[in-house]
Design a protein around this ligand. Structure first.
Ligand code: PMV
Length: 359
């Protein structure tokens, strides 16, 4: 499907003013997206688990204005005006205007808050851009009432991607695939779509996020993706991601936790290896990240409990495990891992379903 397919034909309805509220969750990639090309297109396909508790809640107020010469919006973060978000939203609006031609016809108030602590090192761009995209789609659906739910979700994911790549995996579905992949029918670089064929065990999968370093990101994801241009191992890495996605789909379908663990942990370390071997090079893990990884490995070996880790582009550790071992893993976290977290902080999350309309 070409991106032009997302340009709407003339709207049948008009609407003067109103508001919508949506929540959209964060997601954690199992096979990582790292490297991009063109208009926010991924250099390789990825797959993620949608989270449930770490989310952004955004209310979009809109009112028709006289003059449709430029974008007009006001940004609030937790009820306070937040001018520093303006350039990012302005850029997002420029990128999506072609697909939402009504954008300059309204004045918007974008009021947003996160359920996770600010500067926890948890990226809010995925949940934030997804929450804004679904709100804008609600307005488009009001202008075009014939839109189906599938069309809504697909275009919302398409728009969210133009805000922040991984945001396209935060719109709908428990497990989401994004990026062209020969072995996945309907896969697309333009949007994410729900992978339905996963085993029962993943329906209630748990993710406890250990906050090792809550500081500002050392490397922005924009810079990080750029470092894959001319990276000596880039082509090999992109090919590996295709293979790992095939293997991961099989592990998810069969409920093969051993394979799931192997691919997930290898992907996390590969993401960091790419950063360590780029020019300039970065180490985003902290000593405590490594301590935690080693503890998880010994615990798994000693107990046989199928717990594993994954990492984002930072020092925090996502601890992934099936729900039926929650008590054991939470005891282990409290007894052995909390000491490695900044201010002993961690967040309990689990697999979720995607964006939800609240109002
Ligand atoms: O969506 P971005 O541009 O912030 O990139 C996110 C990249 C990783 O989180 C490191 C991996 C991924 O697939 O989510």
């Amino acid at each position: 499907m070409p991106d032009k397919a997302f340009i709407p034909s003339a709207y049948t309805n008009t609407i003067e003013k109103g508001s919508f509220t949506w929540s959209a969750p964060s997601n954690i990639a199992l096979v990582k997206y790292w490297g991009k090309k063109g208009k926010q297109l991924p250099a390789n396909p990825s797959i993620s688990l949608t989270l449930n508790n770490c989310k952004t809640i955004t209310t979009l107020g809109f009112e028709k204005k006289e003059n449709s010469g430029s974008f007009s919006f006001e940004l609030l973060f937790e009820g306070q005006l937040k001018e520093s978000f303006r350039p990012k939203i302005e850029k997002f609006f420029e990128r999506i205007e072609e697909y939402l031609p009504f954008l300059k016809d309204y004045h918007f108030t974008i009021d947003t808050q996160n359920t996770f602590p600010h500067s926890s090192g948890i990226a809010s761009s995925a949940s934030g851009m997804a929450a804004l995209a679904v709100n804008l789609m609600s307005l488009e659906a009001a202008l075009n009432p014939l839109m189906t739910e599938d069309e809504f979700n697909q275009k919302a994911s398409f728009l969210a991607r133009l805000g922040s790549g991984s945001a396209c995996r935060s719109v709908s579905g428990n497990v989401v695939i994004w990026g062209d992949h020969d072995e996945t029918a309907h896969s697309s670089n333009l949007y994410g779509f729900a992978f339905e064929g996963f085993h029962e065990v993943f329906k209630t999968y748990q993710d406890t996020i250990l906050l090792v370093d809550k500081g500002e990101k050392q490397v922005s994801s924009t810079l990080g993706h750029d470092l894959m241009h001319g990276h000596p191992f880039a082509q090999q890495r992109f090919a590996q991601a295709h293979d790992n996605l095939s293997l991961m789909k099989e592990a998810l379908a069969k409920g093969d936790l051993e394979a799931f663990i192997k691919i997930t942990e290898s992907e996390a370390l590969t993401l960091h290896a790419m950063m360590m071997t780029s020019m300039p090079y970065f180490i985003l893990m902290k000593p405590n990240t490594l301590e935690i990884i080693n503890k998880i490995w010994s615990f798994r070996e000693q107990t046989g409990v199928p717990v594993c880790f994954t990492l984002d582009a930072g020092a925090n550790v996502h601890v992934l495990y099936p729900e039926n071992v929650s008590n054991k893993v939470l005891d282990f976290i409290k007894n052995e891992l909390v000491g490695y977290c900044q201010n002993s902080q961690y967040i309990c999350d689990e697999i979720g379903t995607g964006a939800v309309r609240i109002n």
